[in-house]
Write a new protein. Structure first.
Length: 137
């Protein structure tokens, strides 16, 4: 378990944390009108809740590491393709339904929800590539 889930999960978590900072920077730089939406009082980063932002990549990485270990036999090809395919599958079965429900229930713009969807799929692809490389069989 340590070699198949914990080590890849930790590595993927670190990579996802780094990409979350990069995505935040790129959003502010290239899509400032989307970044401005986060000034809405609906988004709160006060107190202990801010820690949740930094834990999210690790929670996702360990969940995806378990998913990968359980279903990796369904993905074929080289490690890049297998990681990409896992990311797309995760995007369709988890990210799309959750962003759909978020958009239908909360007053956020379509642009921000689309960035959440794209970023969720990107995170799963990055994690999938890590898992396909470190836990191929």
């Amino acid at each position: 378990m340590m070699k198949k889930i914990v080590v890849p999960g930790l590595l993927a978590g670190v990579l996802l944390l780094v990409t979350s900072y990069a995505a935040l920077y790129l959003t502010v730089k290239f899509f400032p009108w989307i970044a401005e939406e986060y000034y809405n009082p609906m988004f709160s980063m006060e107190g202990d809740k801010a820690v949740m932002f930094f834990l999210h990549p690790f929670i996702l990485a360990f969940g995806l590491a378990w998913f990968w270990d359980r279903f990796k036999g369904l993905f074929h090809g080289n490690f890049l393709w297998r990681g990409f395919e896992m990311g797309i599958v995760y995007g369709l079965i988890a990210t799309l339904p959750s962003t759909w429900m978020t958009f239908s229930a909360i007053s956020v713009s379509l642009q921000i929800v689309l960035t959440w969807f794209a970023y969720g799929v990107f995170q799963a692809i990055v994690a999938g590539i890590v898992f396909a490389k470190l836990n191929p069989e």
